[in-house]
Each structure stands twice: as C-alpha cells, then as structure tokens.
Design a protein around this ligand. Structure first.
Ligand SMILES: O=C(O)c1cc(=O)[nH]c(=O)n1[C@@H]1O[C@H](COP(=O)(O)O)[C@@H](O)[C@H]1O
Length: 314
C-alpha cells in the first residue's frame, strides 16, 4: 500500500523530510535561464526546459536522503501546456529515482468532477479501451470543503490503483483560522474535517498501522497539531510550514506519534533555493549541492528533536 511504501522509505532513509518543488522562474539560476532562452527564445517552450533542468538536478541531489518530493502544480500550470509537461516529466523522473511523488494539486469538486480529477491524477484515463496514466502520482492533496461525496471519488481510485491522499484539515497560512477554526456546534470546523478524514482513514490501513488517507496539518499551528494528533491517531500528517513560513522543529513535534512516525514535513523554498540565501556562500552553479545540504540539515534538525523527545523509530 502507498502508506507502507512511504513508511518503509522513511525508515530506510531515516528521514521525515519532503522536498517541495515550487520553482519560481526568477529564482532559478540565471545560467539555466539563459541557456534555454538562447535556444528557444523567450517562450513557454524555453520555460519547460528550464523547469525540467532545475527540478531534475534537485531530484538528483536529494533522492537518497528523503522519502518523497511534492511538486506544487500551480508553479508549473501557470506556464500552460509546457508547464504541465515539465510537471509530468518531473513526476516521472522522481518516480524513476525511487521517490514517492505527492502531487500538490489541491483538487476537490462535486462528485462527478472529482472523479475526473482522481482519474487524471491518481488513476488511468481510458480512451477506447486503452488506459493512459495522465499525471498519475503516488498521492495528491485534496480540498475536502465540498464534503464526503468529493472524497469518496478519490477513495475509489486510491483503492483501485494503490495510491494515497492528504486532505486539507488545518492549513499553515495566516488566515487559516478564519473558517477552519469556526465553531460548529461543540467542535471547530477543522475538528469536524478531522473526524471525516479519520473515518476514511480506517478503510485504507496498511500493515504499518497507518492509513493511505492522510491529513495536511500546518506546522505553524502546533497546538492544533497536538489536538489533531489525538483525534486522528492512525492518520499520517503532511506538515508544511517549516522554514520559510517560520515554523521550527519544535513546532512540528506534536504532529508525531510516540513511535516517531505519523508525520512528514515539507519545505520548499528554503531547500530548492538554498543557494540564494544571503548567509550562504554557494555559487549559482552549486544550487543542487546547496539544496542537498539544506535537506540534510533539516533531516538532522527534526531527528535530533525527535530523539530528545524519545520519539524515534531507530
Ligand atoms: O498542501 C500543502 O502542501 C500546503 C498546505 C498548507 O497548509 N500550507 C502550505 O504551505 N502548503 C504547501 O506547502 C508548500 C510550502 O512552501 P514553502 O513555504 O516554500 O516551504 C507550498 O507548496 C504550499 O502550497
């Protein structure tokens, strides 16, 4: 099952780090941009190759030290078909390198439309009896705010194709409390969503004891993280917000269970653009090595904190 593959990789690599691929064109080293603008002109075709070369190098540098990468589709989609082509090439290459791919697509719509999203991003698209993997990845992020019938459609493809999903429960952004923290009867909205996710989680338990249906829980809200950990003991958390959004290792500790498992922590900008940080001495063409060093630092930071709490699996 997806979750067993994830936990196996976490243990083998002793790493709870997910590298987020959120490529911002203007931050990609100039020498890569110039190479392809010379070849293809200032076109979307050039951008496809720039996104591909940049992402491939990051993958080459981190595949052996992290269990998963999380390409954020918006950063590709904004460049149209060419951007989506780069997204697909990156997902396929990451999978070839043995990484689990979490497509950060944040989809969710009425049932029938969700089904089409699920087929495109998790399953196989049928054409006259022939099956094609369009963007198929190991897991996707899903927006649950249309309710259960939306999640049900993703569940079908998760079960059929052995995939996973991470459902937005408590997001990391500053305004996340505006709706998610509202009281609904005696509960907060995010607690109601957590109960929904927990129910779906129980249908896809792997042999590791966790479920292929996970939850997104922002690192920037440690108190809510603790509450959610108690509400969803068997649900794996995808925890964004470490690094650039200000969360530290101590903030993500409540998202882990006593067994040292239960959470994977994403960082995007701080890793992939580590070479450009003011306090670093990296040259532009060392951007991949800088990303590897940043991912290793993050792995050690989190592992040291887990050890101090007695929450480690090794
Ligand atoms: O689903 C997500 O991944 C996500 C949920 C959330 O609550 N907060 C959040 O930041 N994210 C994503 O996680 C990544 C964070 O990027 P950095 O802030 O650069 O580390 C972005 O791709 C966001 O879209």
């Amino acid at each position: 099952m997806f979750i067993d593959r994830l936990v196996r990789q976490i243990k083998e690599k002793r790493s709870n780090v997910v590298v987020g691929l959120d490529p911002r064109l203007e931050m990609i080293p100039r020498f890569i941009q110039e190479k392809y603008f010379q070849q293809y002109g200032k076109t979307l075709r050039a951008v496809e190759e720039i996104l591909w070369e940049f992402g491939k190098e990051i993958i080459d540098q981190v595949w052996d030290i992290v269990p998963a990468i999380k390409p954020q589709i918006a950063f590709y989609e904004q460049y149209g078909i060419e951007g989506m082509s780069a997204y697909r090439r990156i997902c396929q290459y990451g999978a070839q390198k043995g990484l689990l791919i979490i497509g950060d697509v944040k989809r969710g719509d009425i049932g029938t439309t969700s089904k089409a999203y699920a087929i495109g991003h998790l399953g196989k698209t049928q054409v006259e009896g022939e099956a094609f993997e369009a963007f198929s990845v190991d897991a996707v992020t899903v927006n649950p705010y249309l309710g259960d019938d939306c999640l049900k459609e993703f569940m079908e493809d998760i079960k059929e194709w052995d995939r996973g999903m991470f459902v937005l429960v408590k997001t990391s952004n500053p305004s996340s409390g505006q709706l998610q923290d509202l009281e609904a009867g005696s509960k907060k909205i995010y607690e109601v969503v957590a109960e929904m996710v927990s129910a779906w989680s129980s249908e896809t338990l792997g042999s590791c004891g966790y479920s292929s249906v996970g939850a997104v829980v922002g690192a920037t809200y440690p108190e809510q993280g603790e509450r959610l950990r108690a509400l969803m003991p068997r649900t794996y958390f995808l925890v964004p917000g470490y690094g650039a959004q200000g969360a530290k290792a101590e903030d993500i500790l409540p998202c882990f269970n006593e067994d040292g498992l239960g959470a994977i922590v994403n960082s995007s900008r701080d890793i992939i653009f580590a070479y450009a940080k003011k306090d670093q001495l990296w040259k532009e063409d060392q951007y991949g090595e800088a990303a590897r060093a940043a991912a290793l630092r993050m792995r050690e930071d989190i592992n040291n904190h887990l050890v101090q709490q007695g929450k480690c699996y090794w």
